[in-house]
Design a protein. Structure first.
Lengths: 357, 281
């Protein structure tokens, strides 16, 4: 009952600015979809179009089998959690959660039962009679989620719900949201600009850039096979190294070293290598990296340097000694090739084997 | 660290306080003496023994040309005027501001500025046309006639507009998703949120209405609609021949006229401050 489907959905503002264009996506019942992208990529606009807070100018959105383009937000059977919580400041926690149900003329006994159930789930029982201002950020966020849960909607919409919280709380709330969603099994759309949040929460990721979908896929799929240089640089931390390289004679050449086989493509390519895929190698097999700066992270270190005039970051285990010049190499399957002009991925071989997770 | 006491600063503060309080103290003290005492000895600083008598007389004595109007009636009339103004203005300007902020209609901004510029026009500018309108509507000598023409308030509309603009949009969106329509949103969310604004405006508008003098004088010829402000005036008007005006009664009325605004300020100020310190939107 909770499927959402987007059929070439687009949004053009009255001024002619296009915020979202041609988004097609089918969200299965119970799926947790994360819309991720840099600010201004249209992810929030897309979510607000689902909620009915922005008009849909192109295409159709269909929630639980109904086209909702013309429906009021209240009739779309969705609940939304806002970045700044948007709790009603003059109502107690209980009244906040009950307000939507009261407006729907739900019987009193049922409201009580649902609020109690949500409060139990979110561990909010001690706070039911408090006003939002007497709560901490994390508790307010939980109330906002409670308000969504009691409605028992076809879908939850989350609009960057964690970005007002401090880093530690964000991590624990992230897990709570995920556990809760698994337990209730309600279809969820979640907007964030934080790629880590996106990776950890999503069943499937939708990476947006400039109002267009760059890639849709499972987090690891997106991580291991980014569809474009944009996705490659956006997902993963540190960001994937993207370097200008050449393909000649079936080999990728970077700074005078052959990095690995490259299939059919010939000529200039953009070579993408994740920092953690690079390993120190004997001088004869690797490419020379002029070390400039080492970031100590405790669990490891990130070495920044130059290869052939281009910056490159390498993740290394702690304890290895680092000289002025480091020779690094990567496994052939860790090389990603992208078209230099379009930025799209160039498939060099079938990769089914390496996707075993 | 202990704050060092600065005698000179205190002296200035004490003088300032005395300067502001003395007239009130003297008005009250003098009102408790007899008119003859005041006439022969001037104003008093210490209370006398005639207080109870003066105040009973002022509140209950039937006076005026018709011999019907008492101080109590006048107090009542002033109260109706003050509360009527304040409540009416709040209701009207809240609704106007709600329309201006939350509904997109053509010329909303120009309309707002037109309303806003009327701030520049005091009542006195339009007092003749207003009088004529009321006269033709046969509303002279009625409470409606006294109150309604002064209800449209640019100040109130402006304050509420600014306040509504500061309410986060997400609250409206959350309410829409929660199934609250425009009326419900206004009553369930905006009105409770505006409590402190309403208190502030109530203070201003109540005193504005309470102090009205020219408008009630024009609008009402029937003495049963007299307000306190006019009552004070009529007492002092009797200075003919060797008659001594009832200074004490005039002072008593003035003191009585000060009490309700004082109470309003005290009550609403507490709410106002509480709202300021507690609210977070």
């Amino acid at each position: 009952m909770g499927q959402i489907s987007f059929k070439s959905v687009g949004k053009t503002y009255a001024g002619g600015v296009t915020a979202v264009s041609d988004v097609t996506l089918d969200v299965a019942e119970g799926e947790f979809i994360v819309l991720v992208g840099p600010s201004g990529c249209g992810k929030s606009t897309l979510l607000r179009m689902v909620a009915g807070l922005e008009e849909i100018t192109d295409g159709e959105i269909d929630i639980a089998g109904r086209v909702v383009n013309r429906l009021d937000p209240a009739d779309r059977d969705i609940a939304m959690v806002f970045q700044n919580y948007a709790l009603y400041p003059h109502m107690t926690v209980k009244e906040n959660m009950a307000y939507g149900l009261k407006n729907r003329r739900t019987p009193k006994a049922e409201i009580e039962a649902r609020v109690a159930e949500a409060a139990r789930m979110l561990e909010l029982q001690p706070y039911l009679d408090r006003k939002p201002r007497a709560l901490s950020g994390g508790q307010r966020q939980r109330v906002a989620m409670g308000r969504a849960i009691v409605r028992q909607p076809a879908a939850f919409l989350f609009d960057e719900p964690l970005s007002n919280l401090d880093a530690k709380l964000r991590v624990s709330m992230r897990m709570e949201i995920r556990k809760l969603q698994r337990r209730i099994g309600t279809t969820s759309l979640y907007v964030t600009h934080d790629q880590l949040e996106a990776m950890t929460l999503a069943d499937r990721l939708v990476v947006l850039n400039g109002g267009k979908v760059e890639q849709i896929g499972k987090p690891l799929e997106v991580y291991h096979r980014p569809a474009s240089t944009f996705v490659a640089s956006f997902i993963g931390s540190p960001a994937m190294n993207l370097l200008d390289a050449r393909v000649e004679g079936g080999q990728v050449w970077l700074g005078g070293a052959a990095m690995g086989p490259a299939g059919r493509a010939e000529g200039p390519v953009t070579l993408g290598i994740r920092a953690e895929d690079l390993r120190p190698a004997p001088a004869s097999q690797g490419v020379a990296l002029k070390v400039e700066h080492v970031e100590e992270l405790g669990s490891g270190r990130v070495v920044h340097g130059h290869v052939d005039g281009q910056t490159l970051a390498v993740s290394m285990a702690p304890g290895l000694s680092i000289g002025d010049v480091l020779h690094v190499a990567a496994a052939p399957e860790a090389l990603h090739l992208f078209d230099t002009t379009t930025g799209r991925r160039i498939e060099t071989r079938t990769r089914t084997a390496e996707l075993v997770q | 660290m202990m704050q060092r006491i600065k005698p000179f600063d205190h002296l200035i503060l004490i003088l300032g306080a005395l300067f502001l309080c003395m007239p009130v103290v003297m008005a009250f003290a003098s009102s408790t003496h007899t008119a003859i005492d005041i006439h022969s000895n001037g104003l008093y600083v210490m209370p006398g023994s005639n207080g109870a008598e003066t105040y009973t007389k002022v509140l209950t004595k039937r006076g005026g040309f018709t011999g019907e109007v008492t101080g109590l009636t006048m107090l009542m009339n002033s109260m109706i005027l003050g509360v009527g103004f304040a409540v009416g203005k709040i209701v009207l300007s809240m609704m106007a501001a709600y329309a201006l902020v939350y509904f997109r209609f053509r010329f909303a901004t120009p309309i707002f500025w037109v309303i806003f510029t009327t701030l520049l026009l005091p009542l006195e500018v339009r007092i003749m046309p207003s009088y004529q309108v009321m006269s033709e509507l046969k509303l002279l000598n009625t409470y409606q006639g006294l109150i309604v023409p002064l209800l449209a308030s640019a100040t109130g509309t402006f304050f509420f507009r600014q306040f509504f603009k500061s309410v986060p949009d997400e609250l409206l969106e959350a309410a829409r998703i929660d199934g609250a329509g425009p009326v419900k949103f206004f009553i369930d969310i905006l009105v409770p949120l505006s409590r402190t604004m309403m208190a502030a405006i109530f203070i201003i508008m109540f005193i504005y209405g309470w102090n009205q003098y020219l408008w009630p004088m024009l609008m009402t010829t029937d003495e049963s609609f007299f307000t306190l402000m006019r009552g004070i005036k009529t007492i002092l008007q009797v200075w003919v021949g060797s008659q001594i005006p009832d200074y004490n009664e005039a002072f008593a009325l003035a003191v009585l006229a000060m009490v309700p605004p004082l109470v309003v300020v005290l009550v609403f100020q507490r709410m106002f401050i509480k709202g300021l310190t507690e609210s977070d939107k």
